[in-house]
Each structure stands twice: as structure tokens, then as C-alpha cells.
Design a protein around this ligand. Structure first.
Ligand SMILES: [Zn+2]
Length: 70
């Protein structure tokens, strides 16, 4: 299955790439490429938005836990 010419191809696993991107586990170049891809691909943009929201929640939960235990 080929993507449209103007849209770069989706990563093999958009979910995994989005998770790694949201958690800032990707190499700088990989993150940049994936972010460029999400500006063209609504599916990956949606997946990334979900993981980004989850990552924010996770971070605020961690912050909260640190404040409570200190
Ligand atoms: Zn995509």
C-alpha cells in the first residue's frame, strides 16, 4: 500500500513512534521527521495528540507525586 505522493509514509508503527515522540525518547532527527509527517498525516497527528495528552497527564501525575512525597 502506497501513501499519496505528497504525504510521507507512516512509520511502521505510528502508535509506537507517537509514544516515543511524546515521551521524548526519539532522536532529534526522528522526532523532527515524525512531527513533519504528522503535519501531513491526520491519522498520525491524531495518534500523536493522544500520546501527547497521555504524556502530559503522566508528567503532571509524577510532579504531583514528587510534591506529595517531599
Ligand atoms: Zn502517518
Amino acid at each position: 500500500m502506497q501513501a499519496l505522493a505528497e504525504v510521507s509514509t507512516c512509520p511502521e508503527s505510528p502508535e509506537e513512534t507517537a509514544e516515543r515522540c511524546a515521551m521524548q525518547w526519539l532522536e532529534a532527527g526522528e522526532a523532527e521527521a515524525f512531527q513533519r509527517h504528522t503535519s501531513e498525516c491526520s491519522h498520525c497527528a491524531e495518534v500523536l495528540a493522544e500520546y501527547a495528552a497521555f504524556a502530559r497527564l503522566l508528567r503532571s501525575a509524577l510532579d504531583e507525586a514528587c510534591r506529595v512525597s517531599s
